[in-house]
Design a protein around this ligand. Sequence first.
Ligand code: HAM
Length: 439
Amino acid sequence: MPKKGTTKKEAYALLRGMKDILPNDQRYWDFIMQRVQLFARNYGFNRIETPILEPASLFTRSVGTDTDIVSKEMYAFVDQGNEKIALRPEGTAGVVRSYIEHGMFNQTQPVKMFYFSPMFRHDRPQAGRQRQFWQFGFETIGDQNPVMDAQLIHVSYKFFAELGLPIQVDINSVGCPNCRPGYIKALATYLKGVKKSLCEDCQVRMTKNPLRVLDCKEKGCQEALVDAPQIIDHLCQECKDHFVQVLEYLDELEVNYNLNSKIVRGLDYYSKTAWELFEVGKDGQQDALGGGGRYDGLVQQLGGRPTPAVGFACGIERAIARLKSNDIAVTPVAAPQLYLAQLGLEARKKCLSLYETLLGKGYTVAESFSKASLKDQLEQANKLQVKYSLIIGQKEMVDDTVLIRDMESGNQEVVDFKKIQDYMAKLLRSEVKNGRVED
Ligand code: HAM
């Protein structure tokens, strides 16, 4: 916020933890979006976008009251209608609400949906952690087959692996309401014995939500957990069978996975499979690129009929940071085909309508109508790496012509204004055919 009481107006600054996505970075965002759409099409997911604002209780009931995401990080407030609402901290709860509200259980199951949306967590801002960040997420609702877990793990893995990123999936099973309570009891007993070695947060977590202690990053806590009981040894037969099948499918799909008993996820709705994605060799020291899991109880918990489901989400800013740090080339934005330059008021008027005509014909055209100097305009055309400039100055106005300049060779040709569309069509067509234009 600008300072009060000063005569000179202070400029506004971003809120802490928020980031602008600047035009220069857009190509990375377009690139990720295009890949998300490609994967969605290939694997049969349709886009869903739910509102950013939802009733706060949607998240307390799904993500869980005792999770950091809800208890510490959720932007929740009472609105003008006295309703307690929240900026969504994640996408799954909204998608499930929508699935129930729109009776999607009447459609062919599973219903496969994806989103590409901003999320909000009042986290401590640091590298890779923002208060507004974007996720793309894939959700498969209405199928309990372990092959669905494997497909989504594979999609999340392949998304990064195909870019050449060294990627690893850390996977675990967090059990189900039948077997997890037994494990939590055993874990809580163990934690009591090592309480003094745990950090302050974990001393609270061990009574409220003991599973959370497992993914604490504090060195002391990790050391204290070395002999902790492992959930794998406490899984019921159904969860065990499910997990084994998921792993078999992953072997078949050649996914680079790693069994990791510490993957318990920061959200309460998971059952059975849970996974996170890391750049190889960097787990533990860095934040995950993505994470997901099965959430068989969530639809019912939010008021729907019992419906199994599985999904994942990835942080887009974190993905883009990896593209940059690994020098992964994203497709550059194509240069416009044409540049329209004008000299004088009448020429500018003529160019305004020619510009619309050319756009209407499907060409990509750049211009700087506000610039008066031809030199400045051609410099701009060069900067944009445009192949041809169309110039209308005073002479062209009198002759009713257009000067076509090949920006690479500098060759120029005068073309009758009425013939300009045919001429450009031929020029650009022969360019596509021959790779270059014959003079
Ligand atoms: P999550 O693990 O909380 O899962 O978030 C998924 C990803 O979002 C993280 O791996 C990370 O890349 C990114 N992310 C999370 N917090 C931040 C932050 N503060 N700043 C930048 N990026 C962040 C979920 O949200 C679940 N809804 C995933 C899911 C979908 N499970 C089932 N379906």
